[in-house]
Design a protein around this ligand. Sequence first.
Ligand code: PAF
Length: 282
Amino acid sequence: MRIARTIAEVRAAVDDAKQRGHRVGLVPTMGAFHEGHLSLMRRARAENGLVVVSLFVNPTQFAANEDLSTYPRDEQRDAALAEAEGVDVLFAPEPAEIYPDGFATSIHVAGITEVLDGASRPGHFDGVATVVAKLFGIVRPDVAYFGRKDAQQVLVVQRVVRDLNLDVRIEPCPIVREPDGLAMSSRNVYLVADARARATALHRALDAAAAVHRDGVLDAESIRSSALAVLADAGIDPEYLELRDADSLAAVDRVERDALLLVAARVGAARLIDNLLLKGDA
Ligand code: PAF
């Protein structure tokens, strides 16, 4: 596996692979790899001739009060894990390579970034959309892989691709969970002792909602209440727990089309998110 620090290096590897007729898969990451990241790499490896993983803790998607300085970083460990998955190129640039002096462009996706995480984390999705568009411009992948845990991020990236006519297929991939149901996240390292145990309530809350929905309940408030009760039992007051249309993220009163139940909550020192897709019966 090659570690590329510059745009020129990664482009040379991609050009070479394309000349050989290889399909190029990109897995954008901020490092601190866990099984979720590795599952994306495996999928990319199975489907492409060249696999590029970007490792860049993108400063523009963190607000001033967030965890940019403490975000877990261990490039050596990440490189070993990526290599073991058969990744060809780990693109790990310095911030100045991505945001040189004079960098002045930002991509804003209206509407879907104004709710949920976009409301709690102003500017976050502008940072995500901008860096992902840059990574697409740098790597020019045929396909890019994203985890569904960040459901709103997937929708934002899909909208950027559609609106800007970018020639890349977005492949949303399943959420990977710990054996007790906690969705894997690089930020789970912030969960210690009691908080780690309480964090499972997010998944249990979504499960409770899924059970109510399976019983034929379509009313959003009843579905939400069942999940809220589980969170309350664990002493968790969510930042949001909302049922939204799975494509537009518009609020829904009844699950008539595919809907997402999305939750964000602070548990101990970690801010966690999770979600569940409820299939519409229409
Ligand atoms: O999901 C992430 O790790 C980041 O938001 C991403 C997509 C790599 C952009 O920095």
